[in-house]
Design a protein around this ligand. Structure first.
Ligand code: FAD
Length: 436
């Protein structure tokens, strides 16, 4: 059986970063990846709309995300800033509001109150420390509940809920308000910054894959694609990892798969009760991201909706065949992303004249190697699992954006977690009497 110092499970940004740092620390590393590609929850399809490339998963980054920007600079990756849309569109149950603000003048005070409540909540959060240790359980409630507790009603409340669900890619009944307010704290409590982090930001000119490939090439670790891991069996001397294609042995293993995937893998000894529980519950990021190529829509469309199938529809580019729209829904199955007619129905709630000529999506929720989109916690999960998801269990270590601090559930968080886990494993290796 082949033996390695470390087997890394998963070739997303967490796994690739960890593999590179472990190799730099002198470890012999094998990366086992279930899919036939690297990148994990990011997936750039260069040819999607007649040669116009689409990001099916993770896409935007902001300069405040220092881990990902450090990698972008390290490898000279090309990124481009988004253009500010000249106006916003608001859809109230499919009725497009032809107004600058989404609320009537008598609700302006409410809108101001929303902003004040948000900033007050954001100021209570130190994004550098575990949130579960900061007395924030009153914020760790479902998005709608938090909005109602602030006394928000009317369109101001609905807009906030829609925006939060968009950030969370989760429903108003499951997504934790705390996990979204954390974005504000991570942007130093700038509301404008939070808007940038949610609908603006930088994209990768040559796709997220350009950074994933640069890290993988630098790592130079052995990589086996199409190799789903089925069992992780630890004993006193090491770990045997069984995957479709064989078994390998390592001193230590790094798991970077999403939490919902753990329950399909046989662990010996069993995972802790907390890890088993969150794997069963899964996280709240169970929504949809759907691309559409449309005619008859404004080139600058950027719309938030409530009581609509999509909670956000935004124009990303104009091609000779139409306007490229990115659309998000907070729950799976709201829109059939493979059916242009169904996508058209949902887009028309924002642009009544829309004609959809092409669609593209990936079913991240149904995908056995993701079981969700991005790892927003469900209300109440911070207290239960924030710390335990990243805790090592004997020789098995854990990384992934769900274990990160300031930017958990982002590309940046994945990279942060990979770096943290590599350092943790190198240190453990030193204690084992191995390595430098
Ligand atoms: C639709 C969508 C939109 C997003 N938008 C943004 C955004 O705009 N900005 C942002 O920063 N983030 C965004 N994210 C989140 C971001 O993409 C993720 O947080 C990040 O990429 C996660 O990286 P990771 O390495 O932790 O996990 P993953 O990328 O999920 O990597 C885990 C890897 O493990 C592999 N794996 C799973 N099971 C097994 C197994 N049994 N054996 C072997 N391998 C296995 C998977 O195939 C995968 O490659 C988005 C995500 C999605 C899905």
């Amino acid at each position: 059986m082949d033996t390695y110092d470390v087997v890394v499970i998963g070739a997303g940004f967490a796994g690739l970063t960890a593999a590179r740092d472990l190799r730099e620390a002198g470890e012999d590393v094998l990366v086992l990846e279930a899919r036939d590609r690297i990148g994990g929850s990011t997936w750039y399809r260069p040819d999607a709309f007649d040669g116009f490339g689409l990001e099916m998963g993770g896409t935007w980054i902001v300069p405040q995300q220092r881990h990902v920007f450090a990698e972008v600079h390290r490898y000279g990756i090309r990124v481009a800033d988004s253009e500010l849309p000249p106006r916003m569109t608001w859809s109230d149950h499919g009725q497009v509001l032809d107004t600058l603000l989404p609320v009537p003048p008598e609700e302006y005070e409410q809108l101001e109150h929303v902003m004040r409540s948000l900033i007050e909540a954001g100021r209570r959060i130190d994004p550098e420390r575990p949130l579960s240790e900061q007395g924030l359980s009153d914020l760790d409630v479902p998005i709608r509940q938090w909005a109602e507790q602030q006394g928000l009603s009317g369109n101001s409340g609905e807009l906030l809920i829609s925006w939060f669900c968009g950030c969370a890619n989760a429903s108003e009944e499951t997504g934790s308000a705390l996990d979204v307010i954390r974005w504000l704290a991570a942007m130093d409590n700038s509301l404008w910054g939070m808007v940038q982090a949610s609908v603006l930001g930088y994209t990768f000119v040559d796709g997220t894959v350009s950074l994933a490939e640069a890290i993988a090439a630098d790592a130079g670790a052995e990589l086996r694609l199409s190799s789903p891991v089925r069992e992780v069996l630890a004993d006193g001397r090491g770990v045997t990892v069984g995957y479709d294609g064989g078994s390998v042995r390592a001193e230590r293993v790094l798991m970077t798969t999403p939490v919902g995937v753990w329950r399909d893998i046989r662990f010996e000894p069993e995972l802790s009760a907390a890890k088993q529980a969150i794997s069963r519950e899964n996280h709240a990021g169970q929504g949809q991201k759907i691309w559409a190529l449309a005619r008859g829509v404004p080139e600058e469309l950027s719309g938030f909706g409530w009581g609509t199938a999509f909670d956000y529809v935004g124009a990303m580019a104009t091609t000779e065949n139409g306007v490229v729209l990115v659309c998000f829904a907070p729950e799976d199955g709201r829109v059939d992303g493979a059916d242009p007619h169904d996508v058209q129905r949902a887009v028309r709630e924002f642009a009544p004249e829309a004609e959809i000529v092409d669609v593209a999506t990936h079913d991240w929720v149904g995908d056995e190697f993701s079981k969700g989109t991005w790892a927003t916690f469900r209300a109440g999960q911070f207290a239960e699992y924030e710390i335990s998801v990243g805790e090592p269990e004997g020789r098995v270590h854990f990384a992934g954006s769900h274990t990160a601090g300031r930017w958990r559930a982002f590309i940046d968080g994945a990279i942060e977690s990979g770096k943290r886990a590599a350092a943790e494993i190198s240190e453990a290796g030193r204690l084992d009497g191995r390595g430098t």
